[in-house]
Design a binder for this molecule. Structure first.
Ligand code: LMR
Length: 394
């Protein structure tokens, strides 16, 4: 049977992890997979997560099944974190999923179930796994212009022109904040324009929000998602807790379906539960439970927010440091975009050959499209990276 299988392409982001591990050089720098690392290179368990785990160990007396959509308390806490009262809770169907990727996958399947011929508009570029999952599901993709190779900002005119070609029954996939892989984001006025186009075309937005709290702040990063959810008749939101709670391996995410009133909620909720049952039955609970405990306990929540804010500020500090060092070495402002980008990533905007050269000559690992994980840097490696970029002639 299995001799018919074809070799599948390795995930380009995950393949870097192994290449980096196999590299014997001790001055190597890992800017690959999107994982936060502190100044010592550790991806720490956050203090509030540890405290919640200890409480849970003391108090949890059963691991019997929750519900197909997970524990409703998790849904409530996360709907509040992401949507913050921008829409009535009764209009939101929500189901826990294995990580943000699980939410993305379930969202696409829901769309496919509702509209088998839906086209999915994806930013060019987007997170490669969006494309991979869509291709796996056999869904039609339409790229829309996003990254301006010249300015390393958003090609906003191109984006609007392309989104205007969407129709009712199409899905428009947007990154709520901290665009992955570019780090270039829309401002508030630009989001308003996008909403106008969504309302004109009748296309349904889907927002992937995987980095809330990593850009401009917990509330600020959710502002666009809230604005879209409140303005359009229907939208999908895939949220991840992997990054902002640092619980990557616990696989904790939530898919939300927001509708204009509460009448569609039961049907949407039932569809989400059905899809979970078909794919994995009950979603993982451990991470979701920790998140719920943290969000619902004033002390844990305050501590989590404080630590998350430290993480965010440290990434911003690394951005400024890198931009300043590049300005010093190049004698120009052409790398200023690194300070303007937000979130974990910045797209340097160079060729795959240059990315390969950085790896071969300097032990610097970034994704082939020149996406750098800023959180993989520290005060020691910033000057090493800056010098390598200039030495390579970028
Ligand atoms: C990334 O883009 O590096 C992260 O979202 C991790 C992943 O699963 O690719």
């Amino acid at each position: 049977m299995f001799e018919t299988l074809k070799q599948q392409p390795a995930d380009k982001i995950l393949a870097l992890i192994q290449m980096y591990r196999d590299d014997p050089r001790d001055n190597k720098v890992d800017l690959g997979v999107g994982v936060y690392k502190d100044a010592t290179g550790l991806t720490p368990v956050m203090r509030a997560v540890k405290a919640a785990e200890m409480q849970l160990w003391e108090t949890q007396n059963s691991k019997a099944y929750t519900g197909l959509a997970g524990d409703p308390a998790f849904g409530d806490a996360m709907v509040d974190l992401v949507l913050g009262g921008s829409v009535p809770r009764a209009n939101v169907a929500a189901a826990a999923t294995p990580g943000g990727t699980g939410a993305v996958r379930q969202a696409f399947e829901l769309v496919q179930m509702a509209r088998p011929d839906a086209r999915v508009f994806v930013s060019n570029p987007t997170w490669p796994n969006h494309l991979s999952i869509l291709a796996y599901l056999g869904m039609e993709m339409v790229p829309y212009r996003y990254f301006d190779e010249e300015t390393r900002g958003v090609d906003f005119d191109g984006l609007i022109a392309d989104l205007k070609t969407a129709k009712k029954g199409d899905l428009v996939l947007l990154h709520g904040c901290c665009h992955n892989p570019t780090g270039a984001n829309l401002n508030g006025a630009e989001w308003d324009e996008v909403i106008k186009v969504l309302l004109e075309t009748g296309a349904t937005p889907m927002i992937d929000i995987a980095y809330q709290g990593f850009g401009d702040g917990l509330q600020e990063d959710a502002a666009a998602t809230r604005k879209v959810a409140a303005a359009v008749p229907e939208c999908l939101i895939a949220a991840s807790c992997s990054k902002n709670f640092g619980i990557y391996r616990e696989r904790t995410g939530l898919l939300m379906v927001v509708s204009a009133d509460s009448s569609a909620q039961a049907l949407n909720q039932g569809s989400l539960a059905y899809l979970n049952r078909q794919n994995f039955s009950f979603p993982p609970d451990h991470g979701a439970r920790l998140v719920t405990m943290i969000l619902n306990d004033a002390e844990l929540r305050a501590d989590w927010q404080a630590e998350l804010e430290d993480v965010r500020l440290s990434m911003l500090g690394l951005r400024s440091q890198l931009a300043a060092e590049l300005q010093r070495l190049s004698g120009s402002d052409r790398f200023g975009f690194i300070g303007q980008h937000r979130g974990m990533f910045s797209r340097l905007g160079t060729t795959p050959q240059m990315v390969e050269k950085l790896r071969a000559d300097h032990g610097i690992y970034m994704v082939g499209d020149s996406r750098m994980n800023i959180a993989g840097l520290n005060a020691q490696t910033v000057p090493i990276l800056a010098k390598a970029i200039i030495d390579a002639g970028i």
